[in-house]
Structure formats: structure tokens, C-alpha cells
Design a protein around this ligand. Structure first.
Ligand SMILES: Cc1ncc(COP(=O)(O)O)c(C=O)c1O
Length: 363
């Protein structure tokens, strides 16, 4: 039988997620160089040393399954954010939590509102479930919450708000978010993706915890891949009202978080020194990038995250390739509908300087 008849309706048409190029991948094409990857918003300071120590200690136990609901981490998260453990669910990355949300809440034909551009996984999971993504173009590189409200219909089930938004680094502020939430029919769930929330400095950033405490229909997503520097271990969590989190447990794999990831996350969560240094690295790098880009008259979007969205005013594919020639990987923005823009992760100062130097040479 042809696979078209075997596969679930629509899944063969889904465009798969294209990640940033890895160093391993570019090495094959462009050879050995001193590569720096500024393409996936990882923490270039590296992992927390305390997380590494916790992994070492746990290594000899990996012949045992982990405890399913990752109780150590759940407890640590609940304590850190003054929540009940029933408000927290962990999984192997925020990516997987987004899929769990789709599995738990999207019925075939449901509409899911999201920004354009935003993190592409929201679209993928909606399509997997036979839902319909409704894309609402950003305004001034920021979520247009009024335009999103205007797209709400009887079929709307979920709304994703990526805050800060990937790829533009902008936030929606609390007064706007509060107004938006108050205007939504109560059959809609809002997903606040706070993968980059740790880097936000703007005091008007919404506090998702207060909405959850208030019993609002909001689920916040967070990850250990960014400020905590554990992207390779794949670990993230969602927090929300107990009944909503219970739905996520209903569709959760039995053991999505392995032993090493769990102990590393617990240690990283408590490693305030590493968190502070990681944020400091981003703040310094952000300032440096702003200065340099302004000096060269290159437009960019002011960012609340660990990356910057830059308009190179030239075909981004050309810039992307020339940067690869210099050993630097960034994320080109053509697929987001910005053919002259790219997203650049803020790295260590030596990485940032190398990027600016290469850019000067190219431009
Ligand atoms: C906005 C956003 N949400 C979620 C994720 C996924 O995070 P994780 O590494 O925990 O799967 C990313 C990863 O880059 C992201 O940018």
C-alpha cells in the first residue's frame, strides 16, 4: 500500500522544523576552522559546573530508569517559584512540552493563533493534530495582540504568545497582555512561551506566575536550554493551573526526562552564580552589539533575549554564506519572511568581537 494511504491525514504535508546548522554539519561542508555557532541561542558560557558535578555523581546509576515524573526537579521547581508540585510538569525540552500541549488540547479542525514569524514548532504540532494555524503578522517586530484578538473565532482553541519572541527578541508588556487576556473567551488557552524570559530586563514583563496563581487559563513554558546552559540534555517544564497540567500528564511519555538531565537541572536551578554570569554575558554582549551595529548604521531590533535580529540590508543567504566562510554560523531569516535579516546569538565577548570583525570585512 502507498504510504499516502497509510499515514494519518495531512502529516506528509507538514514542513519539518529546520534547526540552526550545527558545527558538525558545517565542518563537513566548509572544513576545519575555529567555528563559532551563533545560530541556536545556546548559552556560550557553557553549562553550570554544579550541573556537571551532579551528572558525574549520577553516571553510575544510569542502568536504572529515572523516576517517571522527575520528582526531585518538580519539587525544586515548585519550591523556587512558590508553586504546588501539581502546577508543574517536566519533559525533554520545551519542544516536547509544545507537542504535549497539542496532544492534550487540539482537536482536528481547531484553530490555533500564533505570530508570524515566531517559533515554528507551534505550527508543526498544530498541523500534526489536524488543527489550523492562524498566523498574525508581527507589528514593529512585536506580537500584535489586537490583531490576534480579531482573528478569534468559535474554532479558536489555543493562542501561542512567545515572550520574548523568537526570532525578534521583543516582548509583550503586562498591561497589554492583561487587556488581551481579559478579552478572550474562556474556552481558549494561552501558552506563554518564556524560553528566554530569564534574560528580560524590562520591568513591564508579565509575571506568568501571578496569572497562574489567579487561576487564569495560561500555561507558561520554560527551558533549561538557555540561561542554564543545558540544551544538549533536553529538559524543560511547563507551569499552569492544576487541571491543565493534569491534561499534560495524561499525554506524557512514561520517562521523558533521563536521570542525568534531572540531576543537572536541579543543580543548575540552584547555581545562582552561573545564572548571574550567564545573564551578565548576554547584557554585556547586547550592549556591545548595539554599539557596533549603530556605528556601522546596520539596523537591528532591540532585544530582551540572548540574540539579536539584524537587518543586514543585503541578501541574507549571501551574508550567511560569507559568514560561514569566516567560521561563523548565524540563522538566516528568509524563511521568516525577512530576506535581508538574520538572527545572531549573543556569545562570549571574543565570539561577539569575531562576528563584528567578520561583518566589517563582508560589508
Ligand atoms: C521560543 C522557544 N521555545 C521553545 C524552545 C525549545 O526549547 P527546548 O530546547 O527546551 O526544547 C526554543 C528553542 O530554541 C525556543 O526558541
Amino acid at each position: 500500500m502507498r504510504v499516502e494511504q497509510l499515514a494519518r491525514k495531512g502529516i506528509l504535508k507538514i514542513a519539518s522544523y529546520i534547526p540552526g546548522k550545527s558545527i558538525e554539519e558545517v565542518k563537513k561542508e566548509y572544513g576545519k576552522k575555529r567555528w563559532i555557532k551563533l545560530a541556536s541561542n545556546e548559552n556560550l558560557l557553557g553549562p553550570s559546573p554544579k550541573a556537571l558535578e551532579a551528572i558525574r555523581k549520577e553516571l553510575s546509576k544510569i542502568h536504572f530508569y529515572p523516576e517517571g515524573p522527575s520528582p526531585l526537579l518538580r519539587k525544586a521547581l515548585a519550591k523556587t517559584f512558590s508553586l504546588n508540585e501539581k502546577n508543574v510538569v517536566t519533559s525533554n525540552g520545551a519542544d516536547n512540552l509544545i507537542l504535549m500541549i497539542a496532544n492534550a488540547f487540539i482537536n482536528e479542525g481547531d484553530e490555533v493563533i500564533l505570530a508570524d514569524p515566531t517559533f515554528p514548532v507551534y505550527t508543526n504540532v498544530t498541523q500534526i493534530m489536524g488543527g489550523k494555524p492562524i498566523r498574525v503578522r508581527l507589528q514593529h517586530y512585536t506580537h500584535d495582540l489586537d490583531a490576534m484578538l480579531n482573528r478569534v473565532t468559535q474554532k479558536t482553541k489555543l493562542i501561542f504568545v512567545c515572550n520574548p519572541n523568537n526570532p525578534t527578541g521583543t516582548i509583550v508588556t503586562d498591561p497589554l497582555f492583561k487587556r488581551f487576556l481579559s478579552r478572550l473567551p474562556n474556552r481558549i488557552i494561552v501558552i506563554l512561551d518564556e524560553a528566554y524570559g530569564d534574560f528580560v530586563e524590562n520591568p513591564l514583563y508579565p509575571n506568568s506566575l501571578s496569572y497562574i496563581e489567579d487561576g487564569k487559563q495560561v500555561i507558561a513554558l520554560r527551558t533549561f536550554s538557555k540561561v542554564y546552559g543545558l540544551a544538549g540534555l533536553r529538559i524543560g517544564y511547563a507551569i499552569g493551573r492544576e487541571d491543565l497540567i493534569h491534561c499534560l500528564y495524561q499525554v506524557r511519555d512514561p520517562f521523558p526526562v533521563h536521570r542525568l538531565a534531572e540531576v543537572a537541572a536541579v543543580a543548575a536551578l540552584a547555581d545562582k552564580d552561573h545564572i548571574q554570569k550567564s545573564k551578565q554575558l548576554v547584557y554585556e554582549g547586547r550592549g556591545y552589539f548595539y554599539n557596533q551595529l549603530e556605528r556601522f548604521g546596520i539596523p537591528f531590533v532591540r532585544s530582551e533575549a540572548n540574540f539579536i535580529f539584524v537587518d543586514f540590508k543585503r541578501d541574507i543567504e549571501e551574508i550567511f554564506k560569507r559568514l560561514l566562510g569566516e567560521g561563523i554560523i548565524i540563522r538566516p531569516g528568509r524563511a521568516w519572511g525577512y530576506p535581508t535579516c538574520g538572527r545572531v546569538t549573543i556569545g562570549r565577548m571574543e565570539d561577539n568581537r569575531r562576528f563584528i570583525k567578520a561583518l566589517k570585512k563582508i560589508l
